[in-house]
Design a protein. Structure first.
Lengths: 218, 322, 545
């Protein structure tokens, strides 16, 4: 039951429901802006892929599909732990909330570490665009375009993950300080939305970057 | 009238200029009408209904759907006329006639380099005969420029890495400004020149007078040999490389099943990025000539390949009879 | 006779003192004032560059400065005026100040985010100023590639970072407004009882939220290309320069609607109160704002008719561009009809509203010339375009900004501005503006290209007229700067509702208390109900006239 005098109620809102509604709507709108942001990069990708399909397929095959798939699974699990965190908050279970938040952070970190390995591989193989870029075969310069987009898009995604980790860390700290209860856990809720969004961006990135023409090459 | 005297309206010196101006005057008429209408109504209402006492209570005037529809539909109709008319004029200006003479333009910071088919090279100047359509094929060596001749009402961007085309048919002899119309760096406003439209006889004289060593095509042939293209591309033969005879303008079948029209862009791409479109039945073995040939060299090579046409049967007939 | 009595009641200005109370405020009214000061400073800077440009263009030769410097002048003029003045202008000052009051709320939905938005604008501006002082940027505000990504050796990155950061200011303001308008309206305030100012800002916020992120990612890709020398837009490195143009204009066309829609909202308010009539065709004006916002996303290619996009793309974008003009025409007709049988006052805000309607009409109609394919080929990248957008942005948006500032000044500061001087400046602005920019239409059709440091002699007469106009226009802007500041101390004390306007903001004292309303108002009638207002005023014993 929401009390008008709940300590979490900010002075410019009339009720806790109104405040929660506003926060949730705000986060959804923010996610729309993120869709537009990544959308621009996806649009550039679409243009170049349709112009140079063979080069893109050749370059895509150089990515490690196993690590990519593992990372996809890792993020899906992290979204599950995030859902559990929100549920724990809803049911007022503080320890479980902290635990699930930490688990989500753990999986996020695993994702970033694996990504780091992948990027390192690309560096060693001279697939990082720039003066040291080298690609065997006839598709060298268009393959560089693929890798430019690969690093730009996975880089932006990783940046959003890092920010997500920061947000989760703040949530853990707030949980331990007792800021959340059954009546008020909005920050956990909206952060969950953000985390799921970052996950969904990866769900699109993975097939677009890793799986071009794989059925031809096995 | 000399080009440097003050005017309020530009000269019309091409076939397109008249139709652009007609459309322009229509737009000016519509714009003037509606501007004056609004100004007049505001003026009239503001005076007629000026506040005479602070205690005035105007009656609300209720809008009607009818009025809203009327003043939506009428403007809509007018702008559709503008669209249609503008599209017609635009399409006219977008499609060069078949008999246009070809001139190549290479823009670079901060000058225009023009090449006639016969080999004449010009910098920041273009000499052309009156009454003959001219087709420009243009590219840039560095940043985006734009080739603009106000008297012809013609403008088109000039891009690095690709060819763009534009055309005009001059109707008046004279000297007309040429401007770069896309900001391109420090001396953007210095990237200007003149288009000289001459009587046909004068033009022929001008062409003859400045021999610079062969036509574009013959220079292209020399370059073709220098770059060792002949090792692979033997005209009339099909070897490891496709035959270039009659290639220009034909439809090429590609290894991935698609087709492409063999135009200037295709030829340029084939020289610089040979594996972008591999011809059906051939291996991707052609090396790239990036860095080995300039934009002008590419134009010469393209002109040479364009010139590789077998004489048709009707042309050889008279020879056989003799 | 002017009696200056000090305000006994505490208001948002006097509730707290000290620099911290301003720099850490979450009060939307104080934040509106922070923005007011910031954007005024940027306007002055942008105006300085405009002055230098017009001075150089007095003579055909490039004799005042070098070409490099001139190119930096017009770039900085554009970047500052667009991103640091026009985009924030009305929403960040008047929108912030008024929207909560207009809907009967105590603040925006996210007050701390609001403060963050201001800091982001300041930070973005700081980067741009750094770029300016360090040596400037010369790409033009449109920073087309590959010039901006590979060839320019000026401070492109710093400027791009500045715009990127300022963009987030815009996004967060839009987000804040959308949530506020959806969730914090007072009881009884249905959508169709909202003032048109709110509708206009709602539509603007939609654009800010959807469009600006695309500019952000375009800047990121440009920065990657420039910083790491890899090809995304540069053909020499395998990229496509026209893709940059598509991505850039996908934001920058809707951006012009961010700049004009709020001013249309202001004009709706001004025309109503100074004709003392409900806005004619209220629903149509409200819907046209949303239509412009949505529709504005479909027409970006009309900036690229000669850029090598296909003829078919040109036809489609031209066709769609004509449609976006119709909702604006509907507004102009409805505002004009509002005057019919009204009770029209010639107070300064109304003069600015008249100026807006007339000059916006001209500016909008000349947009049709640019949407017309056959004509655009000739006038693209000439002074015709420059004249068109200055008619809209200066003759339109800036006039509405000044009109709104005069209208709500009493509410914001509890003081009246001097009416005589204000009327004079409005006239000076109108005349100076037309003298500055009308000759530029002629210059454009004659073929004078944009961004030219030096030009052929035959264009000089028109340029001299334009510069003469600019000097008059500048005077018209300096005078209000002086009397507004003067009025803060010496202006007549303003009552709560000096204009006898409807609208919840006029039910608060001038200046308002921090929490705006003691009790949440309940709304029972439509937005411009002057009968209801008259009845209320009679009951309260307020003397009218």
């Amino acid at each position: 039951m929401a009390s008008v005098h709940s300590p979490a109620l900010r002075h410019h809102f009339d009720t806790v429901e109104q405040q929660k509604d506003a926060s949730t709507l705000g986060m959804w709108i923010f996610l729309v802006t993120e869709i537009m942001f990544f959308g621009g990069a996806f649009a550039a990708y679409t243009v170049y892929r349709s112009l140079y399909p063979d080069a893109f397929a050749a370059a895509s095959n150089e990515l490690d599909i196993v690590l990519g798939a593992v990372n996809t699974a890792v993020l899906i699990v992290s979204s599950f732990t995030m859902v559990m965190a929100v549920y724990s908050a809803q049911t007022g279970r503080r320890k479980a909330l902290a635990g699930y938040l930490l688990a989500t952070m753990f999986f996020g970190l695993v994702f970033l570490v694996i990504k780091g390995f992948e990027w390192h591989h690309k560096w060693v193989e001279h697939h990082v665009p720039g003066p040291h870029f080298h690609f065997e075969g006839p598709y060298a310069d268009k393959a560089q375009m693929f890798f430019s987009l690969y690093f730009a898009m996975t880089g932006l995604h990783a940046l959003h993950m890092v920010i997500g980790l920061g947000i989760l860390a703040v949530l853990v700290w707030m949980t331990l300080r007792g800021a959340f209860s059954r009546e008020y856990y909005t920050p956990v809720d909206v952060s969950g939305l953000y985390w799921h969004f970052v996950d969904i961006i990866w769900i699109f990135l993975f097939p677009l970057l890793y799986l071009i023409g794989r059925h031809n090459h096995g | 009238m000399s080009p440097s005297s003050f005017r309020l309206f530009p000269e019309q010196a091409s076939t397109l200029a008249g139709s652009v101006d007609h459309l322009y005057f229509f737009l000016v008429g519509v714009a003037a009408f509606f501007s004056l209408l609004i100004f007049a109504l505001i003026f009239f209402f503001a005076i007629r209904h000026r506040r005479r006492s602070e205690a005035e209570r105007p009656q609300p005037v209720h809008g009607g759907l009818v009025l809203e529809v009327v003043w939506t539909v009428i403007p809509l109709g007018l702008v559709m006329v503008m669209f249609g008319w503008g599209a017609v004029v635009y399409l006219d200006g977008a499609r060069p006639p078949g008999d246009a003479m070809q001139v190549y333009v290479v823009g670079k910071q901060w000058m225009w380099k023009l090449q006639h088919m016969e080999g004449q090279r010009e910098i920041n100047e273009l000499h052309i005969p009156v009454g003959r359509a001219v087709r420009l094929t243009m590219t840039s060596e560095d940043v985006i420029h734009s080739f603009y001749v106000p008297a012809f009402r013609m403008k088109y961007d000039v891009l690095p890495g690709r060819y763009t085309t534009a055309w005009f048919k001059p109707t008046k002899t004279g000297k007309y400004h040429l401007f770069c119309a896309e900001y391109c760096g420090t001396r953007h406003s210095g990237m200007i020149g003149w288009v000289y439209v001459m009587e046909p006889a004068e033009y022929e004289a001008w062409l003859g007078g400045g021999g610079t060593g062969g036509s574009l095509a013959s220079n292209g042939e020399k370059l073709f040999q220098e770059l060792a293209c002949t090792n692979c591309h033997r005209t009339g033969e099909r070897g490891r490389c496709p035959d270039l005879m009659n290639l220009f303008g034909s439809t090429v079948k590609l290894a991935d099943g698609g087709t492409v029209k063999a135009d200037e862009a295709y030829l340029r791409e084939s020289i610089l990025y040979p594996n972008a479109k591999v011809v059906a039945g051939y291996q991707p073995i052609m090396p790239t000539f990036q860095g080995l040939v300039t934009e002008e060299g590419l134009l010469q090579l393209i002109e040479y390949v364009k010139s590789l046409k077998e004489k048709s049967a009707t042309e050889t007939m008279p020879a056989r009879r003799n | 006779m002017i009696t200056t009595t000090t305000e006994p009641r505490a208001n948002y200005l006097t509730s707290d003192f000290g620099i911290k109370s301003w720099l850490l405020t979450t009060d939307h009214k104080r934040i509106g004032l922070l923005y007011l000061v910031t954007i005024t400073l940027f306007f002055i800077l942008g105006g300085l560059f405009a002055t230098l440009i017009r001075l150089e263009l007095l003579t055909p030769q490039g004799d005042l400065t070098s070409s490099e410097t001139y190119n930096k002048f017009f770039t900085l003029h554009g970047v500052i005026m667009i991103f640091l003045f026009l985009i924030p202008s009305i929403p960040a000052t008047m929108g912030n100040f008024l929207i909560p009051m207009m809907i009967g709320a105590k603040d925006l939905a996210f007050p701390r985010l609001n403060l963050l938005s201001w800091y982001l604008l300041v930070a973005g501006g700081a980067f741009t100023l750094y770029a300016m002082f360090a040596g400037g940027v010369d790409t033009g505000w449109t920073f087309y590639t590959p010039y901006s990504s590979t060839y320019s050796n000026t401070y492109v990155m710093a400027t791009a970072v500045g715009i990127f950061i300022a963009g987030f200011s815009s996004i967060l303001t839009g987000l804040n407004f959308i949530v506020t308008i959806h969730r914090m309206r007072a009881p009884g305030l249905t959508w169709f009882r909202l003032p048109l100012f709110v509708w206009a800002h709602y539509a603007t916020s939609l654009i800010q939220v959807l469009g600006t992120p695309v500019l952000a990612v375009t800047i990121v890709l440009l920065a990657i290309e420039r910083g790491f020398h890899i090809g995304i837009f540069d053909p020499a490195l395998g990229g496509d320069p026209v893709l940059f143009q598509h991505m850039f204009w996908f934001y920058s066309h809707p951006a012009v609607y961010i700049m004009i829609l709020p001013s249309m909202g202001v004009v709706s308010e001004l025309v109503s109160v100074f004709a003392r009539k409900r806005v004619f065709g209220y629903e149509f004006v409200a819907f046209s704002s949303v239509a412009i916002a949505v529709y504005g996303f479909l027409v970006w290619g009309h900036h690229m008719f000669v850029s090598s996009q296909s003829v078919y793309a040109g036809l489609v974008f031209s066709f769609l561009s004509f449609f976006v003009a119709i909702p604006s025409a509907i507004k102009v007709f409805n505002w004009t009809a509002t005057l019919y049988k009204g009770s029209i006052s010639y107070r300064t805000p109304m003069l600015y509203a008249f100026g807006f309607i007339g000059l916006f009409t001209i500016g909008g109609l000349t947009g049709l010339f640019l949407a017309t394919l056959g004509v655009d080929v000739h006038v693209h990248d000439t002074y015709f375009v420059v004249a068109h957008f200055h008619y809209i942005m200066v003759g339109g948006a800036l006039m509405a900004y000044l009109g709104g500032l005069h209208y709500w000044w009493p509410k914001m500061f509890g003081r009246m501005y001097p009416e005589g001087w204000a009327k004079l400046s409005a006239l000076v602005v109108f005349l100076g503006f037309n003298l500055t920019f009308f000759p530029q239409f002629l210059l454009g059709y004659l073929g004078m290209p944009r961004r030219y440091h030096a030009y052929p002699e035959e264009f000089q007469v028109l340029h001299v007229l334009s510069t003469a106009g600019a000097s008059v226009l500048a005077v018209g802007y300096v005078i209000p700067l002086i009397y507004f500041i003067w009025s803060l101390r010496y202006g007549a004390v303003a009552p709560a509702n000096p204009w006898h306007a409807t609208g919840l903001e006029w039910k608060t004292p001038s200046p308002p208390p921090t929490e705006n309303f003691e009790f949440t108002p309940v709304v029972t009638h439509e937005a411009y109900d002057y009968e209801a207002l008259a009845q209320e005023e009679e009951q309260e014993g307020v003397r009218v006239g």
